[in-house]
Write a protein that binds this ligand. Structure first.
Ligand code: HEM
Length: 162
């Protein structure tokens, strides 16, 4: 196997991991926001909802951490090994990396600040305050979901040269 072949094979793996990470992250947010949230909206007593989310979030966020590590590593691999770096990359790649870092920043804030406060309130049994934090989490996840769908569509359009 030549060096070129090895880099090409690694790029194929990087591309697959990149797409899988995007699918897991964006798909997970879609399920949480569009399916689970409205499905449990009227479950009573209302305090049961934060308790359910308190179990859902840590499981999902572990996968999001994996995605936010894999996406930039594999994305920059492709940029530098396949497209010739920043100068050689198309507009869709530049848009993706900017929006991608916004998404990652929002997730890290969500995880380190809002989610930590939310879990603290649930542990303390203050479910009304937990509900307020939940509203903020919903806002951030809704924003990231919209960005994730846009980024994925931009990537797909860019690949066919639009
Ligand atoms: C954070 C920095 C990121 C960088 C540097 C990056 C870079 C790249 C590059 C270079 C490509 C290949 C483009 C092409 O073949 O024309 C790509 C494809 C793609 N990216 Fe990203 N990306 C990043 C973040 C994201 C994020 C956050 C998402 C979605 C949540 C995402 C979703 C996709 C998708 C769906 C593709 C299409 C892959 C395919 O169809 O083969 N990327 N990315």
């Amino acid at each position: 196997m030549t060096t070129f072949d090895a880099i090409h094979a690694a790029s194929a793996v990087a591309n697959a991991l990149h797409v899988l990470a995007a699918v897991v992250w964006v798909g997970g947010m879609f399920f949480a926001y569009v399916v689970l949230r409205p499905a449990i909206g009227d479950i009573e007593p209302a305090g049961e909802r934060p308790k359910l989310w308190a179990r859902v979030f840590p499981r999902f966020f572990a996968w999001v951490w994996a995605a936010v590590i894999v996406l930039p590593i594999t994305g920059y691999w492709r940029m530098f090994m396949d497209f010739g770096g920043f100068a050689g990359s198309g507009l869709h790649v530049h848009a993706m990396q900017v929006l991608g870092w916004v998404m990652i920043g929002l997730f890290v804030y969500l995880f380190a600040v809002t989610h930590r406060r939310f879990q603290g309130k649930v542990t303390a049994g203050d479910l009304a305050a937990a509900g307020n934090q939940l509203a903020q989490i919903r806002l951030i996840v809704g924003t990231n979901l919209a960005l994730g769908l846009i980024v994925s569509a931009v990537a797909a359009f860019g690949q066919v040269g639009l």
